[in-house]
Design a protein around this ligand. Structure first.
Ligand code: GDP
Length: 372
């Protein structure tokens, strides 16, 4: 304050030649930050064992923090995350993992909200995770957004987490798969993994769930068009949403079409015949029936052993996926390779270098560095 006064006296415009002009000190301003607002200060990162202990207690804050580490690109965070996953693994596996896919507008959020509430009536806990390949580009996830599942998001036994947003589909999917482990260790005995039915992400989700549910819409009469055969083949159940009001007949027609289409497929390895049901997520019609189908599936595959077979194959799949992903990342993040890429790419585009030669040169550089 003293200093302030001093400055004011010294102000050149307060000197004699500037008569009629005085510079006064301003009115004291309140501090710009509300003193009652707690500054957002990062708490120190809990250790791996603190995180594990919290997760096993079912502490949602600790679970969220661990998931954030799983999603982090920092290698320090990854190291802690891997330790947490390792320690949670023995406590994981005890859940029903259900994949849910459908084109945008098919009613995924609406349906997950009602399916979720339905399954929570049995007790237990539900985690809703998402794999959204587009979030990489849009830098914002469209899936797993809490506001889309209004009732579930405020349910004390539901944990909703949006899609990890950075990296390749493989990377995003691996993080979701690791998050499943953490959620299971935290006592979530139902896991929903949601994805937009528009591409490769279904395969990723299919490879981490026990049951794959395909949401469909009836409408135009050519329902079967535009649905990739591969996606239909992955489905353990097809449900036709919005079977309400004037849409009921069309939904039933679509149901018949899907049923006959499914009969053309070879029998599934699980011995389970995928079912086709109609329901309305919005009007909550047919929800218990969909859930009964899922229950029947689990009873079936647990009795014939396919449940375990599918899970161990998935474990093998993720072993290779993780290796592939980390090798790629290590290559592309290499400080020497990264700048080389642009230059080689340009020369390949200009036909001045063959693709094979460009790849060869960079791989030689990469492996040459590795040996040193
Ligand atoms: P998402 O993009 O797959 O998550 O789809 P939403 O759940 O956001 O649903 C898309 C639109 O369809 C929304 O306007 C919903 O209100 C509507 N909708 C969802 N389920 C039903 C249903 O069962 N019947 C009807 N009539 N509309 C529905």
């Amino acid at each position: 304050m003293d200093n302030h006064h001093h400055c004011q006296h010294d102000h050149p415009e307060n000197q004699a030649e500037y008569t009629g002009l005085t510079v006064n000190s301003g009115v004291a301003q309140p501090p710009s930050v509300n003193p009652y607002l707690r500054r957002h200060r990062r708490q120190p990162m809990p250790s791996a064992s603190e995180l594990v202990e919290g997760i096993l207690r079912g502490d949602v804050t600790m679970l969220s923090r661990a998931v954030t580490l799983v999603e982090s690109l920092s290698s320090d965070h990854q190291a802690v995350a891997q330790e947490v996953i390792e320690k949670c693994l023995p406590h994981s596996g005890n859940s029903r993992r259900i994949g849910i896919t459908g084109v945008p507008g098919a009613g995924k959020s609406t349906s997950i909200d009602v399916f979720g509430l339905h399954v929570l009536k049995e007790g237990g806990k539900l985690a809703v995770l998402a794999i959204d390949p587009s979030s990489e580009r849009t830098k914002g996830s469209i899936l797993g957004d809490k506001t889309r599942m209004e009732r579930l998001s405020i349910h004390p036994n539901a944990f909703i987490r949006p899609s990890p947003s950075a990296g390749s589909l493989g990377g995003v999917a691996r993080k979701t798969r690791e998050t499943i482990v953490l959620c299971e260790a935290a006592g979530y005995n139902n896991i929903f993994v949601e994805t937009v039915g528009v591409g490769q992400s279904e395969t990723a989700v299919h490879s981490m769930v026990d049951f794959f549910l395909l949401l469909q819409l009836a409408g135009t009469g050519d329902e079967l068009q535009g649905i990739k055969r591969g996606i239909m083949e992955m489905a353990d159940g097809i449900v036709i949403n919005k079977a309400d009001g004037e849409n009921i007949n069309r939904a039933q027609l679509a149901q018949a079409q899907f049923r006959s289409a499914l009969h053309l497929f070879p029998p599934t390895e699980s011995g389970w015949q995928p079912e086709v049901l109609t329901y309305s997520g919005y009007y909550e019609l047919g929800i218990p029936e969909v859930w009964d189908m899922i229950d029947r599936y689990f009873a079936h595959v647990k009795a014939n052993g396919y449940f375990e077979v599918r899970r161990s194959r998935q474990a093998r799949y993720w072993m290779y996926e993780t290796i592939d992903e980390q090798l790629r990342r290590h290559f592309y993040d290499d400080p020497v390779i990264a700048p080389m890429l642009a230059e080689k790419e340009e020369r390949v585009l200009a036909n001045r270098l063959s693709s094979f030669m460009a790849a060869r040169q960079m791989l030689d550089t990469y492996f040459g560095r590795g040996e040193k």
